[in-house]
Design a binder for this molecule. Sequence first.
Ligand code: GUN
Ligand code: ZN
Length: 446
Amino acid sequence: MSADSKTPARRAIRGRVLTFLDNPARVGDEASFRYIEDGAVLIEDGLIKAVGEAGELLAGDVARDIEVDDHSGQLVLPGFIDLHIHYPQAGIIASHGAQLMEWLEKYTFPEEEKFSDPAYAAATAEFFFDELLRNGTTTAAVYCTTHETSVEAFFAESERRNMCMIAGKVMMDRGAPDSLLDKAPENGSVAGYDASKRLAERWHGRGRQHYAVTPRFALTSSEAQLEACGSLLSEIPDVYLQTHLAEQRDEVEKARSLFPEARDYTDIYDRAGLLGRRSLFGHGIYLSERERARLHETGSVIAFAPTSNLFIGSGLFDFDKTTAGDNPVRVGLASDVGAGTSYSMLRTAAEAYKVMQLQGQNLTAVQAFYMITLGNARKLGLEGRIGTLEPGSDADIVVLNSAGVPALSHRLRDGGADLAEELFAFLTLGDDRAVGAAYVAGRRQN
Ligand code: GUN
Ligand code: ZN
């Protein structure tokens, strides 16, 4: 990473500016975005001050006392947002041949045990942030491990880079190796509660950091621990909740047998008070209409993670059924690395497109780019800060450049593609090589 040290308080980014205004599924592709062919974004003290025609914004005196990063001809977008990812799984991404339960036992838990070592956690966090930025991802909702050290290492690195992150300590009090389980403290409080509270009090709302209460899933938490998570949600204003829900069939069966009083898997979390607008549920593939109705009523969010769903054989997420109909659920896009196979939100969106194709559904490129920017920002309730280039928001920006991807630049060589075709080519053929630059709070990172 080559963060520049002489970042001026003011700078401008010039290029083909593209930002979203609303959900294309609601208002139509054309009305959903603002596009300025020769545009500029003016940045002051890490915030977007103005956005408009370069000719107007950079005219006269302004151009003289401002540093301009000229990306003319390249797409300038809000930084990408990943709604669900595990930083401790950076070391086991691409592990062969297992579905969820075996994958957790064989690869994930042994790797997560290493995060009791602060140095290991810090080194992994550093790698993880570099990798996110290389892929143009500037915000993510992140699982750490059960160790407090893993959370400290994560937030310390995020704060050092002034990135907007949502993260939390995984909570588990059963169903995993003993070394990974939260231990009940002497004071009689529920295992994992005190540590989570300490971390939330330390990090939630500090600079650009946000805390997420993070019970791994119903199979690794007792009812008492899930209830303690509910207490944390009511005790700490605006804290998030993240967990997994209905990812694989045998997981659903196991969850139901562990919680026989619950009506269904969603009800396990509901009974503990864990549903709501700041609650992020990974996957949600195997849900009943009743469950979707409850998720809808409470404004809860599902993180659709197509590369993960394919890689560990979870199944095809029914996007249309989940987002349309009488009980539309809020759905965002996520990599879910390390069950997911790419950090790139372009690759993630491309696989979402294919998962939908297999079910006769259609994702437009404009919808996909909305989802990985403003759409995911809305799912986090952060649309006033990130996911947009509107004045007043944080200057987290990605620049896309086809030059690094020969198949892509060849596809676009004659300049005949319209914007939607070009965006679709970027998500189908693009990856980290298509990211020309990333800015965090106005600072260029790569
Ligand atoms: N369910 C519980 N833990 C995990 C995890 O780490 N990854 C995925 N994909 N599913 C889970
Ligand atoms: Zn996950």
